[in-house]
Design a protein around this ligand. Structure first.
Ligand SMILES: [Zn+2]
Length: 273
């Protein structure tokens, strides 16, 4: 049986996960690249990953930005005017939310999922209707002030090419504005770390979705929850370092497992099972 075979999702595991979620009032989820991959966005690491094929990007991206933000912005504007886009950028532009994204938004709508921590920058969770989100690596379609941490959707923040680098909309702050995506070498914004830790501390159930859980601090949240005795539900077609900690493992892609899980929870709530 291939690891991606939907039949690999064992009915007993699905039942157990549905039981846990049905009794949950403050579930928190951590989503990783696996969810985006199901929408056609290439992963970075691993077999066929962008970096595996093309080489890792420079690790000092943020230092390059911080040493000369105006120059960084000039380059970005120049690149934006050239029609040739990177393979990754093209895949992002074309990507649409998948069944997994939609099921997760439904779980929030049902009052079960209280918060989503995502490592993905592609905006697909928001587009699927998710409201309570921490994007720990930022959002490609947003901008952020490096001074106060304020964020704006890209289309709402006008960059004047004659006044680079752009600065905070709040004149009292005056901080330099960059793309919201967290660069290599850039610390994860304090607000995102704070919120993620706070939400994790309140969780009565924790879901990990398509994340290999090797990148910190993200990987630490499910571990913290599990150490408090909070049930951990892992949804991933493959084993991860978190698998031994998981209460239940749904060995399937999110786009397959999550809709079935939501349906099973709904059935329990409506007394159909
Ligand atoms: Zn600011």
């Amino acid at each position: 049986m291939s690891p991606l075979d939907p039949d690999a999702l064992e009915p007993e595991a699905l039942d157990r996960a549905a039981d846990i979620l049905t009794g949950s009032r403050y579930a928190v989820a951590l989503a990783g690249a696996g969810m985006s991959k199901e929408s056609g966005i290439p992963t970075f690491r691993g077999e066929g990953g962008l970096w595996t094929r093309l080489g890792e990007p420079p690790l000092n991206q943020y230092q390059t930005f911080a040493s000369d933000p105006a120059r960084w912005w000039e380059r970005r504007i120049e690149e934006g005017q050239q029609s040739a886009q990177s393979e990754f950028a093209l895949a992002l532009e074309a990507a649409q939310p998948n069944d997994g994204h939609r099921a997760l938004a439904e779980l929030e709508e049902m009052g079960i999922l209280a918060h989503l921590i995502t490592q993905n920058i592609d905006d697909l969770h928001r587009r699927a209707g998710q409201r309570s989100i921490t994007e720990i690596h930022g959002n490609r379609y947003w901008m952020r002030c490096t001074g106060c941490g304020a964020r704006w959707p890209r289309e709402e923040f006008i960059v004047d090419p004659d006044h680079l680098p752009p600065t905070c909309a709040d004149e009292r702050c005056g901080g330099i504005v960059k793309s919201d995506t967290v660069m290599f070498g850039e610390p994860i914004p304090a607000e995102a770390l704070h919120r993620s830790a706070l939400e994790t501390a309140q969780a009565d159930c924790f879901l990990t979705l398509g994340t290999s859980a090797v990148v910190y601090p993200a990987a630490g949240y499910p571990i913290d929850a599990a150490q408090r005795g909070v049930p951990l539900i892992e949804v991933n077609p493959e084993d991860t370092p978190l698998t031994p900690l998981a209460t239940v493992v749904l060995r399937a892609p999110s786009g397959d497992a999550l809709p079935r899980l939501v349906e099973a929870v709904r059935a329990r709530r409506e007394g159909r099972s």
